[in-house]
Design a protein around this ligand. Sequence first.
Ligand code: NAD
Length: 499
Amino acid sequence: MQTLTHFINGKQVEGRSGRFGDIFNPATGDVQAKVPMANAEEVDAAVGFAKRAQPSWAAMNPQRRARVMMEFVRLLQRDMDKLATALSSEHGKTLPDAKGDIQRGLEVVEFCIGAPQLLKGDYTDSAGPGIDMYSMRQSLGVVAGITPFNFPAMIPMWKFAPALACGNAFILKPSERDPSVPNMLAELMVEAGAPEGILQVVHGDKEAVDAILQHDGIAAVGFVGSTPIAEYIYATGCAHGKRVQCFGGAKNHMIVMPDADLDQAADALVGSGYGAAGERCMAVSVAVPVGEGTADALVERLVPKIEGLRIGPYTAGDELDYGPLITGDAKQRVLGLIESGIKQGADLVVDSRNFSLQGYENGFFVGPHLFDRVTTDMDIYKTEIFGPVLSTVRASSYEEALGYAQDHEYGNGVAIFTRDGDTARDFANRINIGMIGINVPIPVPLAYHTFGGWKKSAFGDLNQHGPDAFRFYTRTKTVTSRWPSGIKEGAILNFQSME
Ligand code: NAD
């Protein structure tokens, strides 16, 4: 059986801790490979290499770093099929979905090619007599990223591409569930021209994460994953004096107004609710139709579409709708939540609990489920299910629907489907959620905007990618300069303007 390596200082390095994790084939349930779990010594070794490599990388002009990014984009395009196959084989998502995962990461790398423009400082000529003032953005040094299983290509790239473009060295601790693609990305970055030690991958679990959080040589940590871990990493990283940004879980609502195009809304709900088996932080998991008539008509449209979804292993073809969940534990957790929904009184209008796929009976597949008449006290409403389960919460008015999304503890994404511009505008202005779709179900901002939620979906004050990433991965230094020019003022003891 294959045992993965870490990627340290430009080389594949075997794990030395003696601890290994299982990488499953989620379609069959078999263990297909092992992943090493790093200990503090292995993390420390990576930090040492990063510290040695980083100063000359930071001193390189930003255009040359941008050229490495450009070459990296070309290599990603060259290896797209290979990367997508490796991604699907460990994650389980369909091949077109895996390519989308890589593409949305690649677009952030493309944005980072603009580093020379984005890193330009500010300059004030003659801020005072003979005085000039300028600000510059400098790299932080060695930074780290801890990423989730659900986008094993995109989210690592969201983290390391801007960090590298800003002149930092980056240590990636990807999800231990699907760790192969992160290794392949780091190898491609070296092929693209990044010096060894500038992008390293250290695999592991809490032990490796804690070593990162406690390491004095790491200046900043970016995290994406579930909310309890995001809170832990934010608090621990800040307590160790690091700059930290953490992005957590979600429960994204889609409000369907009576004037919405209901066919379009139903398609949007099926695509965003069940795509990637519901394992997306921007999945819509709650539909909120306004009015009983809207709800009845929407559910009537949803049922046949959901029952018609094609589920299978990625090898079965590109026309599949979604694949298995990531692990057997994830499957059991989702099935348990479905049982709780039934027990707590929701109507299970699409029930796939008996779903089974011939030849893949031990795989982590879960058929699609639809609950109607869900109420806010139920566990299936309060919890991020992260599976192919959509809930319908019926609202009697726009204000009531808005209130559901506003009052939920998560605030990642939200959508409204309506033909009324006034309602859409009011919604976008009043809702306390970070990313809003108007007749768009998964409003993931493009690379040149920023991505981030509110409330329990994000901790820290800057978003991911876009201009915020360049702020997060740099610090500002401001220089006030006066060259000797015959000005003699004598000693000034009062605090005063220099104008
Ligand atoms: P997770 O929190 O289990 O794991 C994320 C990372 O944290 C992994 O690298 C993992 O090894 C590490 N980790 C796990 N337990 C830890 C612990 N006790 N101490 C320290 N580190 C630990 O998340 P996941 O299951 O991989 O990903 C799914 C979650 O990520 C969902 O909640 C989803 O909404 C969220 N997510 C959020 C965004 C966003 O931008 N807001 C994007 C994608 C995914």
